[in-house]
Design a protein around this ligand. Sequence first.
Ligand SMILES: CC(C)(COP(=O)(O)OP(=O)(O)OC[C@H]1O[C@@H](n2cnc3c(N)ncnc32)[C@H](O)[C@@H]1OP(=O)(O)O)[C@@H](O)C(=O)NCCC(=O)NCCS
Length: 271
Amino acid sequence: MWASRDSLLVTESPLPPDGLRKNRASGRITVIQDELFSPGRSKAQRYASLVVGLSGFWALFRHEIITTVCGPLPGALGLFLRSKLYPYLLGRVGRNVVFGQNVLLRHPHKIRIGDDVVVDDHCCLDAKGEDNQGITIGSGVFIGRNTIISCKNGDIEIGDRANIGFNCEIFSGGRVRLGKNTLVAAFTYLVGGDHLHDRTDLPVLDQGRVALGIEVDDNVWLGAHVVVSDGARVGRDSIIGAGAVVRGEIPPFKIAAGVPAQVIRDRREDV
Ligand SMILES: CC(C)(COP(=O)(O)OP(=O)(O)OC[C@H]1O[C@@H](n2cnc3c(N)ncnc32)[C@H](O)[C@@H]1OP(=O)(O)O)[C@@H](O)C(=O)NCCC(=O)NCCS
């Protein structure tokens, strides 16, 4: 199921290393400057493709009206209007979904949300990409204030009852899955993509990007300030201690901590 580094390359480099050119067609991480400043399209078209993700005047008009009127509105009226009108923008919205104040939406038609979900104030749900599926959020999920769920031509799946604290980021240039009943503490970052850095004659910025994906299985607890690197897998019911950097694989039911995260013990030995 998991692709190798070579087969899953997605690159945004204007000057990709020669050996990587063959992989450029396999996908492309969105580069905001390219989208915004590319010639041959009007500013409205560029804005629409970056923000709305659908062509046509009415899609842009609907997005602008709904987000401008409802997005910054405080209090109960804001909550009420967003709950009624945001479903017109999103791909799917279940029952009892709460959108906080100033929730930012990008390519919202590629965002699907289950029932009984809270997206707290100032979150960003960004499903941007050319040919991606976008963001799927299960039922009973809580997404804390200021958290960024961000695709750059990738997909993100958040399982039922996942609880994500404030100021987290989940980024995907490929595929990132956060399982059911997961607990993600504040300031945690799932980095589902990376920069190539083999060459020394080019800045890292110009060397293209890779996305292997991340899998965090059901019932996992990620402590505060955890970083989960691209290509990592965390097995079910595991706990990752505060401040850890996860690389590679953490097997199920383990407690792991440190930089890089090392297994401290097996939780099943405690009972
Ligand atoms: C990982 C964690 C669950 C371990 O708890 P525990 O099972 O009670 O472990 P202990 O306190 O017995 O510690 C075991 C060893 O791991 C070390 N350790 C524990 N947590 C660590 C961490 N986050 N980073 C590095 N080392 C850690 C301890 O120093 C101890 O080392 P020692 O044996 O050399 O003395 C806990 O320390 C932790 O980080 N919890 C996350 C807290 C958090 O982020 N909460 C946010 C609210 S959702």
